[in-house]
Design a protein around this ligand. Structure first.
Ligand code: PMP
Length: 439
């Protein structure tokens, strides 16, 4: 009996890291398409949760990897300076605004980068507390989960110094406030009562709350939050892991709001599919202590060369502005195609980070989580890959490769509309989603 790739996966791989929504089994990929076992091509509207920033098999990454492995500058930066890592750090410093001397830490993932920041900000400032947002997903290691506020990690131990604050969601405003000021007032209250600001080392901020529901905060909110934190000497840490590296039309997403964080965390798209992350922050924090946060392969030359190729390609091909333009095409098409669909409550995003929030009732805005699970399954059947996010599991998330063409965006939008129509019309067999619990 020949087993399918999906069955072999279930028999060989642990389910601890499964986050499955449909039985996708991939054997290859090119450009913005993934090839399923059997040869079917699927339009990749997720880019593996944003990691495949240049799509699949981009020549710049292929060349960089071949070159790096032929003349290999070692595997580790712990006990030697390594040319690709130094070049990458220099490039990141040049790309990241901010005052004073900065240094770069290189890691493997968003999770290890966030964990490092959470440890070092408290150690270096002597302040024990950390703020982060309800709905925030900052990673899947113990230290990064400890400073996250996502419902998927319920029951996971939190940092004793953690205080969660509300993320201003214009679709679900606090007390009807669309400015973000109510969220800031809540924080001021905390400062006056249970969370003295002089005890807070840092606030972790997603410039778009991605896994929490692709929530774009109100204009000006991040700037005001940063100013309030600066008053109290609280470091702002911007987690750009999902929406950074050109995805929203600028190199860093925080640049949309005229706010410059003290510490920037990058990951996912930085490596274009290779595992690499980066933290860029003030030297007095980032040089706090040697041998403080290290793993043998951190900043290894292969991953660093991939990241250099990604940054060079984004610049050479103008991929940040292309993401803005294609994102606009995609959002416009979605608005047109989904206008009449009763499930669609909101369409939002920046560049190629787009969310479609599904509701069962336009007035009450009750989350339609089952519809989201069915819609992404149906879209998979129709030929497009993307997943859902959100504290209520009801927001379809689109983070395609930055190389997505307008034609592909239009094709993707049609598939999404057809899938949502099928779900709204009851033309999808609900039993298919059994066993794909997602998150
Ligand atoms: N930060 C953000 C904003 C993320 O979206 C994620 C992953 N979804 C992470 C951190 C963790 O990244 P990784 O899974 O690559 O460790």
């Amino acid at each position: 009996m020949t087993l399918s790739l999906y069955e072999r996966d279930s028999r060989a791989l642990s389910s601890l890291q499964n986050l499955r929504f449909f039985p996708l089994a991939v054997s290859g990929g090119r450009g913005c398409f993934l090839t399923e076992e059997g040869g079917r091509e699927l339009l990749d509207m997720s880019a593996s949760w944003g990691a495949a920033s240049l799509g699949h098999g981009h020549p710049a990454i292929c060349e960089a990897l071949a070159k790096a492995s032929k003349d290999h500058a070692g595997c580790s930066i712990l006990s030697a300076a390594s040319l690709p890592a130094v070049e990458l750090a220099e490039r990141l410093l040049a790309l990241t605004p901010g005052v004073g001397h900065k240094r770069v830490w290189l890691g493997h993932s968003g999770s290890d980068a966030i964990e490092t920041v959470a440890r070092v900000v408290t150690a270096a400032t002597g302040r024990p507390k950390i703020l982060s947002f309800s709905g925030a997903y900052h990673g899947g290691t113990a230290g990064s989960m400890a400073v996250s506020g996502h419902s998927a990690q319920e029951g996971v131990e939190k940092s004793p110094g953690l205080t969660l604050i509300p993320y201003p969601d214009p679709y679900r405003p606090i007390d009807g406030d669309l400015s973000g000021d109510a969220a800031l007032a809540h924080l001021r209250d905390l400062f006056r009562t249970t969370c003295p600001p002089q005890e807070v080392a840092a606030v972790f901020i997603e410039p778009i709350q991605a896994d929490g529901g692709l929530i774009v905060p109100p204009t000006g909110y991040l700037r005001k939050l940063a100013a309030l934190c600066a008053e109290h000497g609280i470091l702002t840490v911007c987690d750009e892991v999902k929406v950074g590296v050109g995805r929203t039309g600028k190199m860093h997403c925080f640049m949309h709001d005229g706010f410059t964080p003290d510490i920037v965390v990058m990951g996912k798209g930085l490596g274009g599919g290779l595992p690499i992350s980066a933290v860029i922050g003030p030297a007095h924090i980032m040089n706090h202590q040697s041998a403080f946060s290290m793993q043998t392969l951190h900043g290894n030359s292969i991953a660093a060369c991939a990241a250099l190729a990604v940054l060079t390609t984004i610049e050479k091909e103008g991929l940040a502005s292309k993401a803005l333009q294609t994102g606009q095409v995609l959002q416009d098409q979605l608005r047109q195609n989904l206008e009449a669909n009763p499930l669609v409550g909101d369409i939002r995003g920046r560049g190629l980070a787009i969310g479609i929030e599904l509701v069962t009732d336009q007035k009450t805005r009750a989350p339609a989580s089952e519809a989201a699970a069915m819609a992404i399954y149906r879209a998979y059947e129709l030929g497009a890959i993307f997943y859902y996010v959100g504290m209520n599991s009801n927001v379809l998330e689109l983070t395609p490769p930055l190389t997505l063409s307008a034609t592909e965006a239009i094709a993707g939008s049609k598939i999404i509309a057809n899938a949502l129509d099928d779900v709204a019309n009851g033309a999808f067999d609900k039993s298919k989603i059994t066993g794909f619990e997602g998150w």
